[in-house]
Design a protein around this ligand. Structure first.
Ligand SMILES: *Cc1c(COP(=O)(O)O)cnc(C)c1O
Length: 350
């Protein structure tokens, strides 16, 4: 016997790398290529630093009220966390407590099985079909909860709201979490359904569409009862996760809707151009409603292309996992970055 026998041992989530080179093109972690809203910078400069002496409001009201107003829900329907990773982690701990298997797709955000393991939640992955589509029937068996991103990651595929609602309706005894990290890039949100279904939790993040991955803010919207249960657990772990700068800066980001919409339009525009160019170069991909394209080439292996791009300091994401090891997930950058990527690919494949 040793103390090590009593350690909680986990295989941690591996985030995408954060390389630091002067002249790199970083298209590997789906960050926004444009700066956060100007109001965020202004608030950074004017930050009331004396306030940092005090604990932040544990209910994070400054931010939940701004989000509630923006999404036209009550503040009691909003839960905020340190990135959506924190929100989802708390939601697993709160809602996936039945001891029954939770369900999520086999090809999806690779953090889900990690949280399930660390909290001892049993799970069963459901295979996406050959076009990376979810099969609604797979989510109509007994379960302890359901989570999936829509649009999905890393495929970029969006399921219609009708399928999402079908799954929610079929599972009144489980909480269904829809992870909408990428929905702002052209997907249809399940938010209008939160008043209709008590068991629906919609999860969002500032990291992709709001250009604030470094701030670490995420949130969930749902029925006030769900949010209360979530807060009860959160207050039993750490009441003060949301620091004062995050609350103030997070509020500024949602106040400037014109800037937000403008940024989204730019990313979507570049994405559509990338799709055309990638097709021309012999790639195929499921249609993407996100800020990345999940592409495979007809003759060259993903591994080879990945290594080649890397040698040019162009970073994309590749997983050595079943079903997706011949795909590259390429984030949408600025027009200039997309052009550098396409030129490099042209040199290799053209
Ligand atoms: C990026 C991502 C998240 C986590 O984002 P945070 O930076 O923690 O807010 C959650 N779910 C999916 C599907 C993602 O791609």
């Amino acid at each position: 016997m040793s103390w090590e026998d009593n350690v909680r041992k986990v295989v941690p989530y591996t985030p995408g790398e954060q390389p630091k080179f002067d002249k790199m093109v970083k298209l590997n972690t789906n960050e926004c290529p444009y700066p956060p809203a100007p109001g965020v910078q202004k608030m950074l400069k004017e930050m009331p630093y004396q306030d940092l002496r005090l604990y932040p409001a544990p209910d994070a009201r400054i931010l939940t009220e701004a989000l509630a107003e923006y999404y036209k829900v009550a503040p009691e329907q909003v839960f905020v966390g340190v990135g959506s990773d924190d929100v989802i982690s708390m939601a697993f701990l709160t809602f996936f407590h039945s001891g029954k298997k939770i369900l999520f797709p086999d090809v999806t955000y690779s953090f889900y099985p990690v949280w399930a393991d660390v909290y001892g939640i049993p799970y069963e992955t459901q295979p996406l079909d050959e076009n990376f589509r979810m099969v609604a029937a797979d989510y109509k068996k007994e379960n302890g909860g359901i989570i999936f991103p829509n649009p999905n990651a890393p495929t970029g595929v969006e399921e219609p709201l009708s399928l999402v609602e079908d799954i929610i309706r079929a599972n009144p005894n489980s909480v269904v979490m829809v992870d909408e990290a990428y929905v702002d890039f052209g997907g249809e949100s399940a938010l209008p359904l939160v008043d209709k279904y008590e068991n629906l939790l919609v999860i969002r993040t500032y990291s992709k569409s709001r250009a604030l991955a470094g701030l670490r803010v995420g949130f969930a919207i749902g029925n006030p009862k769900l949010i209360k249960y979530l807060n009860d657990v959160k207050f039993s772990v750490n009441s003060y996760t949301m620091n004062i700068p995050s609350l103030l800066l997070g509020r500024e980001a949602v106040l400037d809707d014109a800037y937000f919409k403008d940024t989204l339009a730019k990313v979507i525009n570049t994405r559509e151009w990338m799709k055309k160019e990638l097709t021309r170069l012999g790639f195929s991909f499921p249609d993407s409603k996100s800020n990345f394209v999940f592409a495979t080439h007809k003759t060259r292996s993903a591994e080879e292309i990945f290594t080649y791009l890397r040698s040019k300091q162009i970073f994309v994401r590749h997983w050595n996992l079943p079903r997706i090891d011949n795909y590259l997930r390429i984030s949408v950058g600025t027009d200039e970055e997309a052009k550098i990527l396409i030129d490099a690919l042209e040199e290799l494949l053209g």
